[in-house]
Design a binder for this molecule. Structure first.
Ligand code: T5A
Length: 214
């Protein structure tokens, strides 16, 4: 862990494109870890705090968001993260808890950086500032082809239109490539999981890997 020694907990983050299976695996993992006696916090980005959930609504479900400039989008994701880190992540790590976070700063690197083409310097600086330089102990990337993402998202029924899910296949391909590039550049932090495998197989892989870190 890169943060100060007083932070005795662990932060595991889950990344990947829409429908890749992050939430499903987080839920399964949280159950297992709690049964083993760990104190677990499950949270998500954007969201996880009252302020973050309001920002989430603005980013994802608000129709006015269709005209949002990529730079405004970047700063709103960062604002939600800044709140989550200070209100949930740092206190949880100080209390020795295991935090499972559905998306974190790598989502910004990939979606706003690689897929929306904002240059890497501001993305990287804003990420570090928002996350107070907190780095996950380990990040799982649930990797699925763009077509699988789109098919899974289409199966889901929601009553609100989701702006981010209306992106085309090229966008999802850029997201996937962005994650795989990150994983190649920092192999010690990333663990890539084939999101098209059976749920149980991935559940066992993720649990085994987490147990090696706690
Ligand atoms: N975003 C976010 C940014 O652009 N920048 C940022 O900095 C941040 C933090 C978040 C959006 O915001 C963007 C990225 C996103 O576009 P969201 O609604 O939170 O939006 O979307 P996701 O995080 O992608 O959540 P999803 O629910 O879409 O995907 P999950 O959690 O990966 O998938 P899950 O577990 O819900 O599974 C989807 C379906 O697939 C099935 C499940 O049963 C479910 O039906 N499934 C499988 N089916 C077969 N085999 C498997 N192995 C399966 N695993 C799951």
């Amino acid at each position: 862990m890169t943060q100060a020694d007083a932070l005795t907990g662990k932060l595991f983050t889950f990344e990947g494109s829409e429908g890749s299976g992050k939430s499903t695996q987080i839920e399964l993992l949280a159950d297992e870890l709690e049964k083993m006696g760990n104190e677990v916090i499950v949270t998500r980005e954007p969201g996880g705090t009252e302020i973050g959930e309001e920002i989430r609504h603005l980013l994802i479900h608000n129709s006015a968001g269709n005209d949002m400039a990529p730079e405004a989008e970047l700063l709103l994701f960062a604002a939600a993260r800044a709140q989550l880190v200070r209100q949930v992540v740092i206190p949880g790590l100080q209390e020795g808890k295991v935090i499972l976070c559905d998306r974190f700063l790598d989502s910004t690197t990939v979606y706003q950086g690689a897929a929306r083409s904002i240059s890497s310097d501001p993305v990287s600086y804003i990420n570090q500032f928002a996350a107070s330089s907190i780095t996950p102990d380990l990040t799982f990337i649930l990797d699925v082809p763009a077509e699988v993402s789109i098919a899974r998202v289409k199966r889901r029924v929601t009553d609100l239109p989701d702006r981010m899910e209306q992106e085309n296949v090229d966008f999802y391909k850029k997201v996937r490539e962005g994650y795989l590039l990150l994983a190649r550049s920092l192999p010690e932090r990333f663990h890539v999981v084939d999101g098209t495998r059976a749920l149980k197989e991935n559940q066992e892989d993720i649990l085994k890997t987490v147990l090696e870190h706690i």
